[in-house]
Design a protein around this ligand. Structure first.
Ligand SMILES: [Zn+2]
Length: 40
């Protein structure tokens, strides 16, 4: 199973089907992430 994790706050955003354990990093829509949007 694959997991999508927020790279800013480490919240689990979503899951997706995968043969192996995979972690992808994205960004969720929480307020703290919006505030740190410019740090990338
Ligand atoms: Zn977040």
């Amino acid at each position: 199973m694959g997991t999508i994790v927020c790279q800013t706050c480490n919240n689990t955003i979503d899951y997706f089907e995968d043969e192996k354990v995979t972690i992808l990093y994205g960004q969720c829509n929480c307020s703290s992430c919006e505030q740190t949007e410019d740090l990338d």
